[in-house]
Design a protein around this ligand. Structure first.
Ligand code: PRP
Ligand code: URA
Length: 206
């Protein structure tokens, strides 16, 4: 499985805004949209295209069209913050939803909701979740997505912990990961350090 770390200067810029505990909600949301646009654009480099013919107002020429259906699966709640920007990068995509929540005491994720479009070999699935901490939420989501038939799956996160990357690689070696940054470690509460705190709480002001 491949892991790709974005080296784009905008990614570093937006992550700094997201990390800053003084960042107001509206700037946090804008930075989330900005960084997702860059990360998804980079992740979409792996999409295949068919050659097509297109008629301009002046003449016929050769163009390209994405092959396969792109499906975004945000992991609720925090993944919702990345959805609008992801859909703007790949218009015409489908969306599946999966809801997982970590138990505050054990940090173990459990699934409370799932609704997917048709999934099979023709679909290219991007699981989107800003935080890859222990990897539990991503691993369970991808298990569910594979059960529904998907074979081509990538994970897009903003911040990943080394522990989460290792766990995801072990559980799903066929899934590639695109992330904005790999942080130092998880703390005793399974929060990413230095991290940015609880992404969902900061995004939704809870
Ligand atoms: C956060 C985050 C991920 C998960 C990552 O969600 O959005 O889904 O934790 O942690 P893991 O890799 O250890 O599973 P949380 O469970 O806090 O729910 P929320 O999005 O509803 O806030
Ligand atoms: N989920 C978050 O929102 N933040 C972390 O640091 C870990 C999991």
């Amino acid at each position: 499985m491949s892991i790709e770390l974005s080296s784009h200067p905008l990614v570093r810029h937006y992550i700094t805004i997201l990390r800053d505990s003084e960042t107001p909600t509206e700037d946090f949301r804008r930075a989330c949209t900005g960084i997702t646009t860059v990360l998804m654009t980079e992740a979409a480099k792996q999409l295949d295209v068919d050659t097509v013919s297109v008629q301009t107002p002046l003449e016929r020429t050769e163009g390209a069209r994405i092959t396969g259906d792109v499906v975004f699966v945000p992991i609720l709640r925090a993944g919702l913050g990345m959805l609008d920007a992801a859909m703007a990068v790949v218009p015409g995509s489908s969306v599946g939803y999966i809801g997982l929540e970590r138990d505050e005491a054990t940090a173990e994720a459990s699934c409370y909701y799932s609704k997917m479009p048709e999934l099979g070999a023709a679909q290219i699935v991007y699981v989107i979740d800003p935080m890859l901490a222990t990897g539990g939420s991503a691993i369970q989501s991808i298990e569910q997505i594979k059960k529904e038939g998907a074979t081509r799956i990538s994970m897009v996160s903003i911040i990943a912990a080394p522990e989460g990357i290792a766990a995801l690689q072990e559980a799903h070696p066929d899934v590639s990961i695109m992330t904005g940054v790999i942080d130092r470690e998880l703390d005793e509460n399974k929060y990413i350090r230095p991290g940015l705190g609880d992404f969902g709480d900061r995004l939704f002001r809870t």
